[in-house]
Design a protein around this ligand. Structure first.
Ligand SMILES: [Zn+2]
Length: 374
């Protein structure tokens, strides 16, 4: 794995390279920018470069240090990420249940396999103070030979105040050859005193074409799904990957059921349909569903503009064509806009049932030019 694994972000790579080549590497850095833009990926590649025995910015990939770093199991690399909270705040890793330890190991393996995989445990509450205290233990360990010990604090914006204060203390003390890299999508959630002790590096949202090209380089991605996912991911490769693998075409029958409920103007049927979609109370599931609805309207748009041969999901050609014939006035591009706006809101603190009711009303207007009374 080389720097090519880090998608786009040329400005960031150039900065890291010049820092590497000058040898002036700070003790703490903060990588900030949108979720899924490659902050962790860049941090892990930088850790590899700093420890590769070949000594270049591009890690050789074959020395024992590169191999250990690639597996994310190396004495000079420590990963800190949000974990489930325990009653006893001082508890160390050994107090986790076997299932949690297994989950942690699986996460690290998945991250090693794909650096864009978020380090998110199912019941994570935030960065634990005991994890932050561990940094000092790592700092005391002086490895032989060249290289820098790197501590990656992934999701550093998910720290409570006691963990943040412990981190601040660590930043104030000399920590030998330790390089602390914090990654955060919400910089403003960090203490200003922490930010001021870090060298800042901003990550931009990835461009749609960068995401699409990276997706299409993977073997298991259906090209049509990849295209839609890149359009909808809002600059996040992690989200695009998830959408491309699980979203898109798989829930077309559910989409059809939902749209039928929208157009029949039967409030009870619509509420039932919305309750089914929201049954798991999982915002990610809802996002995937909405992606599928948007891709339905993209196909309707293709049929409307005489490009029926370019459907994203050719296996649904018949219902899509019927739909386009039955509702010839459908404003598909407006419907797609409404859905994308709605996907944006799912990540925020909104009431999902209300959100879906409003979206349904708007979609009905896009399809039939009539309002809907719920
Ligand atoms: Zn190497």
């Amino acid at each position: 794995m080389s720097w090519d694994t880090v998608i786009g972000q040329q400005r960031v790579k150039n900065l890291l390279r010049s820092q590497f080549e000058s040898g002036r590497i700070p003790h703490a850095m903060l990588f900030h920018g949108p979720e899924g833009s490659g902050k962790d990926a860049a941090a892990l590649l930088f850790a590899r470069a700093l420890n590769c025995r070949a000594g270049g910015f591009e890690p050789c990939g074959s020395c024992p240090d590169c191999v250990g770093m690639a597996a994310l199991r190396h004495p000079r690399l420590k990963l800190i990420f949000p974990m489930p909270s325990k009653d006893d705040e001082s508890s160390a890793v050994d107090k986790f249940t076997e299932a949690e330890l297994e989950e942690m190991n699986a996460l690290i393996e998945a991250k090693a396999d794909n650096l864009y995989q978020p380090l998110g445990m199912a019941k994570a509450a935030g960065i634990k103070i005991s994890s932050v205290r561990d940094i000092r233990r790592v700092a005391a360990f002086r490895a032989e030979g060249r290289g820098r010990t790197v501590v990656l604090v992934s999701g550093a914006d998910r720290m409570n105040s006691s963990a943040a204060n412990a981190l601040l203390k660590t930043l104030e003390e000399p920590t030998g050859d330790l390089l602390l890299i914090l990654t955060a999508s919400r910089k403003e959630a960090l203490l200003p005193t922490i930010i001021s002790r870090c060298q800042l590096l901003r990550f931009d949202p990835l461009r749609e074409d960068e995401i699409r090209d990276a997706l299409l380089r993977l073997d298991d991605i259906d090209p049509a799904n990849g295209q839609v996912a890149a359009q909808l991911a809002g600059g996040s490769f992690s989200l695009a990957l998830q959408l491309a693998r699980e979203g898109g075409l798989v829930r077309r029958d559910e989409v059809l059921q939902y749209l039928r409920a929208v157009v029949t103007a039967n409030p009870q049927r619509l509420m039932d349909s919305i309750q089914t979609i929201l049954a798991g109370d999982d915002r990610q599931v809802l996002v995937r569903f909405l992606v599928a609805v948007a891709s339905w309207f993209r196909d309707v748009l293709a049929v409307q503009s005489g490009a029926a041969d370019r459907l994203l999901s050719a296996d649904f050609r018949e219902p899509i064509t019927k739909f386009a014939e039955h509702y010839p006035d459908t404003n598909s591009s407006h419907a797609i806009d409404e859905i994308e706006y709605c996907i944006d809101l799912v990540g925020k603190n909104v009431h999902l049932v209300n959100l879906m009711i409003v979206l349904s009303q708007r979609l009905r207007r896009c399809i039939t030019q009539e309002g809907l009374v719920v």
